[in-house]
Design a protein around this ligand. Structure first.
Ligand code: NI
Ligand code: MN
Length: 227
């Protein structure tokens, strides 16, 4: 499994020869301007919730990849369905076997509204897993005790993407507690530095984890981690 950070909360996961893009927000991110979304070849676009900093480039990417499938909650899949984008709707607690592995839609504590004001359903996160690897993509969320359920319901996580930018989501201090709840010691931090309210002191955040025997990986835009 290969995880490539494309800035903010946008990540490209390669799993069993399929490319799964999460929360595409590239053209609106000043830190990701060197990425040309017309070159993004994907099989799936997963969306955690309806906020613009997670859905801005969904339509363009899906139109460039006509065989790709959008996966999100019912409300978001329905909204994009009106734009002739084909999707697979899920809801909290549900899992489904795709051709790359299983995806489980899990709880997030946040809000969700689509760019035109349409209700976006409840926000969520996803756990993707197969027989050998397991990845949690938390989406925008506060620290929540619901995270304790993930290791009870899914295979042991190899890595988790958690927001660390604070203000709109949990910060890195809460993400360290989250890593205990989900029983995962390797965390990729995301949702930081894009806007002034979520700028973080990166060396301080990394040291905060290291002092507790855990690893916080803060990838540069375009950088990958293979597990
Ligand atoms: Ni959000
Ligand atoms: Mn966000």
């Amino acid at each position: 499994m290969k995880i490539t950070f494309l800035g903010h909360a946008t990540v490209l996961v390669e799993m069993n020869s399929k490319k799964i893009l999460f929360d595409p927000f590239i053209t609106g991110n000043s830190l990701s301007q060197h990425i040309d979304i017309s070159h993004l070849a994907v099989d799936y676009v997963f969306v955690t919730h309806g906020h613009e900093d997670h859905v801005l480039d969904v339509e363009a990417v899906m139109k460039n990849n006509p065989d790709a499938l959008l996966v999100s909650n019912f409300e978001i899949v329905s909204w994009f369905g009106k734009k002739n984008i084909s999707g697979h709707a899920m809801n909290h607690g549900g899992k489904y076997e795709f051709d790359f592995g299983t995806a489980k839609y899990v709880n997030a504590v946040h809000s969700s509204i689509l760019p035109d004001g349409t209700y976006g359903g409840n926000p969520g996160g996803f756990v993707l897993y197969d027989d050998s690897k397991s990845l949690y993509v938390a989406g925008d969320t506060a620290l929540t005790k619901d995270m304790e359920l993930i290791p009870l319901l899914c295979p042991k996580l190899d890595v988790a993407l958690l927001p660390v930018g604070d203000n709109f989501t949990m910060g890195y201090e809460d993400a360290l507690i989250a890593s205990d709840l989900i029983r995962c010691d390797t965390i990729i931090g995301y949702h930081f530095d894009t806007f002034p309210p979520i700028e973080i002191d990166k060396p301080k955040a990394v040291k905060y984890f290291k002092d507790k025997g855990k690893e916080l990986v803060l990838l540069n835009v375009g950088e990958s981690l293979s597990i």
